[in-house]
Design a protein around this ligand. Sequence first.
Ligand code: NAD
Length: 279
Amino acid sequence: MAYNLLKGKKGIIFGALDPKSIAWKVAVKAHEEGAFFTLSNTPTAKRFGQIDELARITNSEVILADATNLDDLNNVFTKSMEILGGKVDFVLHSIGMSLNVRKKKVYNDLDYNYLMKTLDISAISFHKLLQVAYKLDAINNWGSVLALSYVASQRTHYGYNDMADAKALLESIARSFGYIYGRERKIRVNTVSQSPTLTTAGAGVKGVEGLLDFTNRMSPLGNADADECANYCIVMFSDLTKKVTMQNLFHDGGFSSMGMSLRAMKTYNKGLDIPIDID
Ligand SMILES: NC(=O)c1ccc[n+]([C@@H]2O[C@H](COP(=O)([O-])OP(=O)(O)OC[C@H]3O[C@@H](n4cnc5c(N)ncnc54)[C@H](O)[C@@H]3O)[C@@H](O)[C@H]2O)c1
């Protein structure tokens, strides 16, 4: 059901690869809610993914860019303003990649060249995007910028590897740049910390199936899926959240506030040599 929450708003959505991508779901819902936007991803993603299909469904144009490249980002914002006929109201950064994870390098045996790439692609690209948009004055007053994060930025999660460090930096950039954007332009900058989700990036996390089951059982409301994440992003892009900024917003069914659930305690106890009674 659509509510016209983004009627007439213009935006840029980075990171839609295929129909499983969180950014794909955001694009579909933003279109349903009345927004006009451009899509951006890398040339490799265009070759191996389905972004042209998304552009067709949402009546939008694709502008190819490596989000670590300042010239590419300049081009994305400049072209988007030409295509959309003015400044944008919302931007989604839905970008993440770790070569250490891909090449199965564990956290105590990181390749530092890969680590630099992880940080550049998954976090510093957010700063670059914000800086390019700031210099071009490409975002309207009361606009909204979002990036996607994960709870491993703040709590250790085995297997999330150097992406945890990237997400910690990403969340910090949202606060630091959020202050400047808020003060100077009345624009909000936030991160949404999403439940584990079975996307191409999500599937790369070590032991992801077990993790999904664990977080689903541990979260009072269960895991949030990609569609639900997209709904939350739409609300964050709408005028209903104008005073929310510099926040890391958990969208995880309550997982991040849990310590131990009754069910998890019972399961744990069953595995002990001498079980303890729990009521
Ligand atoms: N899937 C999860 O479990 C989960 C949970 C929390 C947060 N997130 C975050 O959500 C975001 C989107 O991931 P997703 O799960 O939808 O997976 P996805 O694989 O569909 O999206 C990741 C995107 O990053 C893009 N990308 C990689 N390198 C890039 C570069 N140099 N320049 C521009 N784009 C580049 C890819 O092409 C891809 O479209 C990521 O930031 C991810 O860390 C995912």
